[in-house]
Design a protein around this ligand. Structure first.
Ligand code: LYS
Length: 267
């Protein structure tokens, strides 16, 4: 095992409020005797299995992977549940060093942020209440749809029903889209496949089903950095090491119970 879980660091992060300034986000903290620089990380922790709150701590695949990569690159990470919008704003204002939140690498985002090499392949998926007539993406037309605001789920839904379509409700957090589905405010949610499947698995009595569609195109998650950050090269190298030495595979199997396809991640 080449990585360790930094429980103390995460506990501090979890106790922080959304106010980044109250969380010691100067990036100058030193920790313990190792004297490693602490990187301030933002996330939106309602996105299981990538990041979610578990007994007051941010937990998930992304957390394990980022801890391992940081360890490899010689940093500590302080992961705060900032929420999606504050994470992106914090990166732009340099209050945060890293965003780790199942963030898809897109050309548009690359104009504002730098991304690591891809670390996870994803695609959109539809989650709907049993009894709703949805067997393919086209069936979203005329339905009330919930998406997380500003995500690729929104883009995927808009590609089917049209941009600015009033049938799309946009929520600030991934969890709110599922709440809206449960309360009947929306009839379908468009989100990332692993998150959709995890929701169904964790809510066996919710009466929800999923459907995928080839119209949804593959996308890749990357670690997000402020534009021009020197961390990108260091974390790309660290990720490569984790792919080569089996650590990535170990973390992947822990969360997804299957072997990863490393070939799709090699650029
Ligand atoms: N992968 C999607 C995107 O980047 C969803 C991320 C949402 C994280 N809570 O847009």
């Amino acid at each position: 095992m080449t990585f360790t879980f930094k429980k103390a660091t995460i506990a501090i992060a979890a106790s922080c409020s959304l106010l980044l300034s109250a969380c010691g986000s100067g990036g100058e903290q030193q920790s313990g005797s190792e004297d490693k620089k602490v990187l301030n990380v933002g996330t939106e922790a309602t996105f299981a299995p990538f990041e979610f709150m578990d007994k007051g701590e941010v937990s998930g695949f992304d957390v394990d992977l980022l801890n391992a990569a940081a360890e490899e690159a010689g940093y500590e990470v302080d992961i705060k549940n900032t929420g999606w919008d504050a994470m992106l704003a914090g990166l732009q204002s340099d209050q945060l060093d890293i965003g780790m939140s199942g963030v898809t690498i897109t050309d548009e985002r690359k104009e504002t942020y730098d991304f690591s090499s891809p670390y996870f392949e994803s695609v959109s998926m539809i989650v709907f209440k049993e009894g709703t007539n949805i067997t393919k993406a086209e069936d979203l037309k005329g339905k009330k749809i919930g998406v997380q605001n500003g995500t690729t789920g929104q883009i995927a839904a808009e590609a089917i029903v049209g941009k600015n379509d009033s049938s799309i409700s946009k929520y600030e957090a991934a969890a709110l889209t599922f709440q809206a589905l449960q309360s009947g405010d929306v009839e379908a949610v468009v989100t990332d496949i692993a998150v959709a499947l995890e929701y169904v698995k964790n809510n066996p009595d919710a009466g929800v089903k999923t459907v995928s569609d080839e119209q949804f195109t593959p996308e890749y998650y990357g670690i997000v950095f402020s534009k021009g950050s020197e961390l990108k090269a260091e974390f790309d190298e660290a990720l490569n090491t984790l792919y080569e030495n089996g650590t990535y595979t170990e973390i992947y199997k822990k969360w997804f119970d299957e072997e990863p396809n490393l070939d799709v991640l090699k650029e």
